[in-house]
Design a protein. Sequence first.
Length: 195
Amino acid sequence: MSGSAAVGPGPLTVALLRGGPRAAVKAAAVSLYLRGAVTPGPPGTLRTSSPPPGTAFVPGPDLEKAVRASLYLLTGLRELLDRPRVRRALAELRGEAAAAGLLRPLPPHRTRAARRLLRELRASVPPPAGPGGLSPAEVLLAVALYGDAALTVLVPGFTEAAGLKGRGGRPEGGPSRNDGTGGGGFTGCAGGWGA
């Protein structure tokens, strides 16, 4: 998975469990941005960039590699979700989550274990009040757990310029059930979790 079994799922898997493929791709883009491998292009697009001088880009999880490789042209989030390489990486991430007992394979749907994991992570990682004092790993985990709310607080310039907030004016990432566990089912490759 995007993290070791001893530590638990990584932030990309957490984002997938919380908000579906769109949330996982957003988290991958933020991870790449935090490492200097991606920058915003013209409004609503992303593009690759060179890491800061004296550092080298170290490839991360497969989804991050797929996102970066798919930015050979200026690309928006919606187009990224349609790129075959990104779709394959998302399918692999879903398969790993299913193998770990966090996602039912068909149709993709969070398990009780996944809902418990998200609840426990939210209890131990409060919503961010600002970027001050957070490491890149903590920023990424907050984005994975809290979606748009964390994006706008932690990386507002990148979020706005790259068009990462919401999906066509509707905020994403909130729980889909009244009890806050975020049950519901997955609604498609480029969609998210439904009610």
